[in-house]
Ligand binder design. Structure first.
Ligand code: DQA
Length: 178
């Protein structure tokens, strides 16, 4: 059967090397462990556990393996990104307050050459000016913000699109002239 490089619904987006489902790593930064209790008028009432459960469920539907990680510590986030080097295909990250300050997280993403989707629950541009700057905005593939917990699910769908596009670009059929 000819393949177009595009997986059908429910078909796993296999890792090209092992044939196992491709891994998407989702990282949540500081204070996001308090989601549901923390400023619910800004961040919503959904708890982090519920977000992670929904991500894993959607991952199964999309044929992806989803790994999730939360830390309040910048160094632990850098370590987790480094561990994903060569293992995860896409990074989805909400660096939370580190978005506005962390050169270390930006450098880790660049060093690991991980295609990245940046997520924020709130629309940071509708908030204080110090939240308008993101150290990673210039190195990510795209940014999703203002949709609350749903933003993570949108990011996972975007991650699947990136993996499929990479797979299509690598498939010989995709290089053949039409
Ligand atoms: C946030 C926005 C950041 O400014 C803030 O420090 C957060 C959460 C968001 O998801 O809207 O902790 O990243």
């Amino acid at each position: 059967m000819a393949t177009t490089g595009k997986a059908r619904a429910g078909e796993s987006v296999a890792d090209s090397a092992s044939g196992a489902p491709a891994t998407v790593l989702v990282i949540h930064g500081p204070n996001l462990n308090l989601l549901g209790q923390r400023e619910p008028e800004v961040y919503g009432r959904t708890r982090l556990d519920d977000i992670d459960r929904s991500l894993k469920r959607l991952g199964r539907e999309l044929g992806l393996k989803v790994e999730t990680f939360q830390s309040n510590s910048e160094g632990a986030i850098v370590d987790r990104i480094q561990q994903a080097r060569g293992r995860a295909r896409v990074l989805v990250i909400n660096p939370a307050a580190y978005t506005h300050t962390s050169v270390a997280i930006r450098d880790a993403i660049t060093a690991c050459a991980l295609p990245t989707v940046e997520v924020h629950l709130s629309n940071v541009y509708a908030r204080e000016p110090f939240r308008h700057h993101s150290t990673i905005a210039g190195i990510v593939v795209g940014r999703i913000m203002g949709f609350g917990a749903e933003g993570y699910l949108l990011a996972l769908r975007a991650a699947k699109g990136l993996i499929e596009a990479e797979r299509a670009a690598a498939a010989p059929e995709a290089r053949r002239p039409v």
